[in-house]
Design a protein around this ligand. Structure first.
Ligand code: FES
Length: 166
């Protein structure tokens, strides 16, 4: 299980989100989406416990959703989550080369997080952007028609957006 060192401020935000849906297990997935966004792209054990308590849902149910949907991670992720589609339509249009460009630009392999905690790089199944394959989901935004040459500029743009937001 992931380490459990989420800050009290984030746990408070998680509690506020989850408590709005007490007794509504049907809202678990939307809640986990919202919670993961405030908890730096992951739902570690301490966050899952707060969701469980506030919604009145067994923690086992939360773990089972996390296990089923790869989008919900128990492991700590970077501030920016990069998920590159590896499903066939993207794959045939060059996902492998684009992934190598991301790995080279970030200095990590797929499944890893940069040492400064800024970026996590993952591959995933179809993100519904097949018409612009190969495509990547960076946090909540889709970027398509990727080429290895576009990767450096994309990372630069994302980094700049992060600086502007902070
Ligand atoms: S196959 Fe990659 S977005 Fe659909």
């Amino acid at each position: 299980m992931a380490s459990t060192n989420t800050s009290p401020e984030i746990l408070e935000q998680v509690a506020a989100i989850a408590s709005r849906w007490k007794g509504r297990p049907d809202m678990l997935i939307p809640v986990l989406h919202e919670v993961q966004a405030v908890a730096h792209n992951s739902i570690p054990k301490d966050v899952a416990k707060v969701v469980s308590y506030e919604m009145g849902i067994p923690i086992a149910q939360i773990y089972s959703v996390q296990t089923f949907y790869s989008f919900f991670s128990k492991e700590k992720r970077g501030k920016v989550l990069i998920r590159l589609c590896k499903t066939a339509p993207c794959h045939v249009k060059g996902t492998k080369e684009v992934l190598e460009a991301f790995e080279s630009a970030l200095g990590i392999k797929a499944g890893q997080t940069t040492s400064d905690g800024a970026f996590t790089l993952e591959t995933c199944e179809c993100i519904g952007a097949c018409d612009v394959s190969p495509a990547v989901l960076i946090d909540d935004t889709v970027y398509g028609n990727l080429t290895p040459e576009k990767v450096d500029e994309l990372i630069l743009t994302i980094s700049q957006m992060e600086v502007d937001e902070s």
